[in-house]
Ligand binder design. Structure first.
Ligand code: ATP
Ligand code: MG
Length: 361
């Protein structure tokens, strides 16, 4: 899969920008705060409808403007496609694929596959379980439309159930509704648990291999799915915890409380890993994602690397740069020094200066 071009209007610090990308490696360099990350973000937003660093569309629109526009052309299995996205300050965004408007932003999922690696990915390893669930869900939603459907139904039922738990003391006769919601929760939730389990097993196997190579055989990493409840015990546990849920007015049982663990040489690095260990683990995870996406969709994802090279030692930089051949990559960095010592072919270099981009080669 290849992104051919992007054009932006009033997106963050870009008034207008039109860029063609090389099908291999594209490097964006420039000083801090010039607009490098904004380009990667715009590409990602146009393919997934959301930003990796902001949940509000209005933040993506250039200050003092009401609307922004992103147009992305990409090639998939030899066919060109176009995504047009209009972001509006006080309205929902408008999206069209090949000129045909879509009703739900989620219709974009699975169209372009991205692996996005940024320094914030460290939070997947070291922050709370919510970050790790978000990682699982965003990967699975890109890969599996059925999962997306089940997740959105499951989340709706959790919200309805929590709302009901808050009202039950006023309306004890609503208990029958709780029975119905519990059945739905178990139905959608069980599907999520099963899918997460198989995904974690597949990813875990690749992570183990890549992490061992990345650490020069020094470290063994295990990725394990930690379900809050198993499929077999779900209905029973939900019922057993009902009185407590009613007291606390929230649903304590189900995959919305899941986690995944990362154990390196027997140590849980979520809590006890060094900064370097956590960073390497995040890198293994992202490199594994590339392989898993290739395996599951039979096509290469587009790799977005935001400012990651400067954080890695030269051994890890080498490993990363060597493993990204034959995949379109957009890299941001503040200088080109990192590339000087690598036998690495850069296909196109762009200099980014205060919301404008010039091609240097
Ligand atoms: P760094 O090297 O520090 O990561 P960068 O080149 O990646 O820098 P970006 O994150 O792309 O920088 O941001 C560039 C500039 O865009 C920042 O100065 C920021 O203030 C500006 N910016 C962010 N949002 C908007 C917006 N909605 N409208 C106008 N400018 C914005
Ligand atoms: Mg940046």
């Amino acid at each position: 899969m290849v992104i051919k071009s992007i054009s932006l209007q009033n997106y963050r610090n870009y008034r207008t920008l039109s860029l063609d990308f090389d099908p291999d490696t594209n490097i964006f360099y420039g000083d801090n705060a010039q607009g490098k990350t904004n380009i990667l973000e715009a590409v990602y937003v146009s393919g997934t409808s959301r930003s990796h660093r902001s949940s509000k569309d209005r933040e993506l629109i250039c200050f003092s403007e009401e609307e922004a526009h992103i147009c992305t052309v990409f090639e998939k299995k030899g066919i060109l496609h176009k995504i047009d996205m209009h972001l509006r300050k006080n309205k929902t965004k408008g999206i069209a694929i090949d000129g045909v408007p879509i009703r739900k932003a989620s219709e974009l999922f699975g169209l372009i596959h991205f692996v996005f690696f940024s320094p914030e990915d460290l939070s997947i390893i070291k922050n709370g379980p919510a970050e790790r669930r978000h990682f699982l869900d965003s990967e699975l939603c890109q890969l599996d439309k059925v999962y997306l459907y089940q997740l959105s139904n499951y989340n709706k039922v959790v919200l309805q159930r929590n709302k009901l738990l808050k009202e039950l003391y006023l309306h004890p006769d609503y208990r029958e509704v709780l029975d119905v919601l519990d059945m739905q929760l178990v139905q959608y939730g069980s599907a999520l648990i099963q899918r997460r389990q198989t995904f974690a097993e597949e990813l875990g196997e690749i992570v183990h291999r890549i992490h061992s190579q990345l650490s020069g055989g020094q470290e063994e990493m295990e990725l394990k799915y930690e379900p809050n409840v198993t499929v077999d015990a779900f209905a029973q546990m939900l019922f057993a915890n009902r009185e407590r849920d009613m007291r606390l007015k929230t649903t304590a049982t189900g995959p919305h409380r899941d986690d995944i663990s990362f154990v390196v040489n027997g140590v849980d690095i979520r809590k006890f890993g060094s900064q370097g260990q956590q960073r390497t683990a995040a890198l293994s995870l992202k490199l594994s994602e590339i392989e898993l996406v290739k395996r599951l969709i039979g096509d290469t994802p587009v790799l977005l690397l935001d400012d990651v090279l400067s954080e890695l030692d030269s051994g890890r930089q080498n490993y990363l740069l060597n493993s990204i051949e034959n995949i379109q990559t957009l890299i941001t960095c503040t200088g080109l020094d990192e590339f000087v010592n690598h036998r690495f072919s850069i296909n196109r270099i762009y200099k980014v200066t205060d919301g404008s981009v010039t091609v240097e080669n």
